[in-house]
Design a protein around this ligand. Structure first.
Ligand code: HEC
Ligand code: HEC
Length: 436
């Protein structure tokens, strides 16, 4: 706070001095003995304007790094200053009026975007429709990295996770031991060898022992690396990597969700981006966009293909616990949290296995804790992380590995947001948040 103020003053001073200098210069040049009174009046106005400019600049610098809506105030102040100077200082009147007008336009524009709609949380992010088809492999790969990890360059960050949710289960770095799912490093090469494994029953889906022999009646089986990858994504149980099946299913059932189905619901374009990344990040040439899309069309019937940017499907997927359309009490009950957690305001949520979810208060303390090694910067991020990756930080005096780790695939994005929103509003000594 003090440091910021210091910085603002440091940046404001030179400008202030320049202004005072400028004013004095004009002051001297226009004042003659007969105009003493007028001159001292002008000095007063000049000083006031300089003061106004100083406050405007300080406010601007001070708020520049935050998401403040106060920036237009600075512009309005400078506009005002310019016009006042324009009126009282005839020799620089034109200059000031032009400058003032420019600031007026700037203030109006930024005010329109920034000041008028005082909506909580600001604007929703613009919905950009990506044209996957016309991207280069590199661009497509970057989009893939975003879908898997949540951002470009995030693939090296432990725990980074995007819409695809893959890192919930998979490791992606060479040598990284993952117990829950195969490490996906080297998948473009390994995919070809999978086709020759005895359990794959290449060309003879009927001989497969898996619970789901085909993605849909009449679909073929994979014949090349890309088709193997597409099939793994669209129909994980079609072939289960030995040792990774659902416990007790004798490797006939995969725990991996079909990633074109809710809650992940990747479109063909997004799937192409993900696959392209799997190749290009190893320096391999990826199949073309068209080849990848064709490989998916082989395994995903037309009716099952999600459209990019399309509305999230509601209530789909047999293993989805809740989709967010439920009122709060029901939502939490369906998600199963009340069995383990006491949640203020939620009917029947009196569980004692996990901590009291006073998260508006808890989250801040957790992030500050020196043992905290997670990535969250805000309470909502902390709560989301706690739900998707419960072991990222284990609350003191509570056991690790108790809370289920598959909420990421069993709650839709809508359900997760609603849960996080509610929990974030629970603060000690404050009224309960509104419920539906
Ligand atoms: C809930 C955990 C989970 C999630 C989330 C998940 N997977 Fe999987 N995945 C698995 C498991 C377990 C296997 C091994 C069993 C099988 O063959 O289905 C697997 C297998 C695979 C395979 C075949 C690997 C091989 O060596 O043959 C690929 C490719 C794959 N997953 C890609 C992905 C991608 C891409 C995503 C994200 C869009 C993803 N998975 C999300 C659990 C998961
Ligand atoms: C089987 C029991 C169990 C279930 C079900 C469960 N949790 Fe947890 N949860 C725990 C335990 C134990 C901890 C403490 C250990 C840890 O941090 O992982 C915890 C920790 C948390 C935390 C961190 C709390 C804090 O103050 O730091 C949050 C947030 C959370 N759970 C939310 C949920 C939500 C939301 C659900 C339902 C979608 C849920 N949990 C379901 C057992 C459970």
């Amino acid at each position: 706070m003090v440091e910021l103020l210091g910085r603002a003053i440091a940046m404001g001073w030179p400008v202030l001095l320049m202004l005072v200098g400028l004013l004095l210069y004009f002051q001297v040049s226009i004042s003659d003995p007969g105009k003493k009174k007028r001159a001292s009046f002008q000095t007063l106005i000049g000083i006031l304007c300089a003061f106004l400019a100083f406050i405007a600049i300080s406010n601007y610098t001070y708020n520049f790094y935050g998401e403040s809506r106060l920036l237009p105030v600075s512009l309005v102040m400078i506009t005002l200053m310019a016009f006042v100077m324009g009126i009282y200082f005839p020799n620089i009147s034109a200059l000031m009026k032009i400058g003032g007008f420019m600031f007026f336009v700037a203030a109006a524009l930024s005010g329109y975007g920034n000041w008028l709609p005082q909506v909580e949380g600001g604007f929703p992010p613009p919905v950009v429709k990506l044209d996957f088809q016309s991207m280069s492999s590199q661009q497509l790969g970057d989009e893939g990295e975003k879908i898997i990890f949540g951002g470009i360059g995030q693939s090296k960050t432990q725990g980074a996770i995007g819409k695809g949710q893959c890192p919930l289960c998979h490791g992606f770095q060479q040598g990284f031991l993952s117990e829950r799912a195969p490490n996906l490093f080297g998948i473009p090469d390994r995919a070809v060898t999978r086709l020759d494994e005895p359990n794959y029953h290449k060309g003879n889906p009927a001989a497969r022992t898996s619970s789901e022999k085909e993605a849909f009646p009449g679909s073929g089986t994979a014949e090349n690396a890309q088709e193997y990858i597409a099939e793994s994504h669209a129909c994980p149980s079609c072939y289960v990597v030995p040792g990774f099946g659902v416990k007790g299913s004798n490797d006939t059932e995969s725990p991996m969700p079909k990633i074109h189905k809710p809650p992940i619901s990747l479109s063909l374009g997004e799937l192409a981006a993900v696959d392209t990344w799997l190749y290009v990040r190893e320096g391999k040439e990826a199949p073309s966009y068209e080849e990848i899309v064709t490989s998916y069309e082989k395994f995903i019937p037309e009716a099952d293909r999600p459209v990019a940017g399309g509305e999230e499907e509601k209530g789909g997927g047999g293993n989805i616990l809740a989709d967010g359309s439920e009122p709060h009490d029901k939502l939490f009950m369906k998600a199963g949290c009340p069995a383990c957690h006491t949640i203020p305001g939620i009917e029947g949520a009196v569980g004692k296995v996990g901590p009291l979810l006073m998260e508006g208060t808890n989250a801040i303390n957790r992030i500050k804790d020196s043992n905290y090694k997670g990535k969250a910067k805000s309470p909502k991020e902390y709560i989301t992380e706690s739900i998707l990756d419960p072991s990222a930080y284990v609350v003191k005096d509570f056991p690790d590995n108790q809370m289920p780790k598959d909420f990421g695939v069993r709650l839709t994005g809508g359900a997760l947001n609603k849960i996080v929103d509610y929990l974030a509003q629970l603060k000690e000594g404050q009224p309960l948040p509104p419920k539906e």
